[in-house]
Design a protein around this ligand. Structure first.
Ligand SMILES: Cc1cc2nc3c(=O)[nH]c(=O)nc-3n(C[C@H](O)[C@H](O)[C@H](O)COP(=O)(O)OP(=O)(O)OC[C@H]3O[C@@H](n4cnc5c(N)ncnc54)[C@H](O)[C@@H]3O)c2cc1C
Length: 407
């Protein structure tokens, strides 16, 4: 039995390792078009590789996927984040979970993850071939014939093929898979930050607000978490999550939209009002800039006061009702005109790809092509930041590597 895994990234490595573990007598070939293996793992997490997430709850883990959550939720019953941690730790990779639940190797080096995967592949005698660009596949009687972009000294005929070619922002890169009968969901970028050109808030770059609520006006898109002010606009978990869940809607709007921010993180605006009334009563004779609510920094609180057209040295008991109302509005419904997006630390993923309708959700086998499987970001699956994208690669690689043929 001969197996080809196309793509030498996280999903391809994991699929190849599982295929060889499950079928030790098989010849497993891992085919990578570039000269570099696991190149995204190398640069991931700022070179530290956020290898998975720290949660052990399948329900919680599944909530990190704007696309593919339903399918993954079922597959996580077989291989989830806790299994990933166990898998690496049992192979000598010590892991640590940071306060925001991101999991990294204790070495803080992605090379540790690469070394582990390479050693495992070597131990299992997986045949790794770089500079092999697979351009098409053709089904013959009972095998697949692969076409390479250039002559290669490796077999072309395989019993099983696993496609793990990663996400692609260009639809044209997915045409060869479309020709095989798979529906393609138009790819658009996910995970990006908001450009807010020429707004004074950018002068506060570096300021972080710990618990805000971000909304896209005129949509149901909403997310909660820290917001970081940058020199081009806004970033941080709340903005990135919004970009992931709104990837398609925001692309349709050409990344021009009104971002509505509730800086307090409290949904109930009456409660915010009440908290400010209490503050006003407690500190009635103090200047407003000396009493900061919601753990805001000095600079940020001064900025909000100015935005509400309140002089920072105003005493709380001197605040007119109109200004008080304006302050509540700025705190809970502040608005920014977004114009464009910026990649988040070059970390981007693709929303779209091979439609999940085209594959068997239990085995990840193609519905149109027997013995052809998919794993990783080539599928219409993507996650928010926090190790979710690698977890999808490990899980789908694990399942695809079972080569369960239900056709
Ligand atoms: C800068 C950056 C940082 C990131 N950091 C994190 C992080 O810390 N945590 C996290 O969870 N996610 C992170 N991500 C997302 C994560 O890296 C991807 O979701 C994940 O790598 C997808 O794995 P994959 O194997 O499906 O695809 P890829 O890693 O993209 O691998 C696909 C491979 O297939 C090869 N290939 C493509 N077409 C062919 C072909 N026709 N023939 C042969 N080979 C082919 C490609 O050259 C590539 O090597 C990051 C992404 C980026 C860009």
């Amino acid at each position: 039995m001969r197996v080809a895994v196309i793509g030498g990234g996280a999903a391809g490595f994991f699929a190849a390792i599982q295929a060889k573990t499950n079928y030790p007598a098989a010849d497993v070939f891992l085919l990578e078009k570039t000269s570099k293996l696991l190149s995204k793992v190398k640069v991931s997490g700022g070179g530290r590789c956020n290898v998975t997430n720290g949660t052990s709850s399948i329900a919680e883990l599944s909530r990190g996927y704007p696309r593919g959550a339903k399918l993954l939720k079922k597959l996580f019953a077989t291989f989830q984040a806790a299994d990933t941690r166990e898998w690496f730790e049992s192979r000598g990779v010590q892991l640590k979970t940071e306060s925001d639940n991101r999991v990294f190797p204790v070495t803080d080096s992605s090379q540790t993850i690469i070394d582990c995967l390479m050693q495992e592949a070597k131990k299992l005698r997986i045949k790794i071939c770089t500079k092999v660009n697979v351009v098409s596949l053709n089904r013959h009687d009972n095998f697949w014939k692969l076409q390479y972009a250039a002559d290669q000294n490796i077999p072309q005929n395989f019993d099983f093929v696993i496609i793990a070619t990663g996400g692609s922002p260009k639809r044209s890169n997915l045409e060869w898979l479309e020709q095989l009968g798979h529906a393609i969901v138009d790819p658009v970028p996910s995970l990006f930050t908001a450009n807010i050109p020429s707004d004074p808030i950018r002068e506060l770059m570096g300021v972080s607000v710990p618990e805000a609520i971000a909304r896209v006006q005129g949509t149901k898109l909403e997310s909660q978490g820290p917001i970081l002010i940058t020199h081009w606009g806004m970033s941080g978990p709340a903005i990135l999550k919004l970009s992931a869940f709104g990837a398609r809607e925001l692309a349709d709007r050409e990344y021009k939209y009104v971002l509505q921010i509730n800086w307090t993180g409290i949904h109930n605006h009456d409660l915010v009002r009440q908290l400010l009334v209490e503050l006003k009563e407690q500190h009635s004779r103090k200047q407003m800039n000396s009493v900061r609510p919601f753990s805001f920094t000095n600079r940020f609180w001064d900025f909000l006061l100015q935005k509400a057209e309140i002089k920072t040295e105003t005493r709380w008991n001197e605040l007119p009702k109109k200004s008080f109302n304006k302050l509540v509005a700025v705190l809970t419904r502040d608005e920014y005109q977004v114009h464009g997006k910026t990649a988040f630390k070059e970390e981007f993923v693709t929303c779209g790809g091979v439609s999940l309708d085209s594959i068997n959700p239990k085995t990840l086998e193609s519905k149109s092509c027997p013995n052809l499987f998919f794993a990783g970001e080539v599928l219409d699956i993507d996650g928010i930041t926090g190790g979710y994208n690698f977890q999808a690669a490990w899980t789908t690689g694990f399942i695809a590597g079972r080569l369960e043929n239900k056709c």
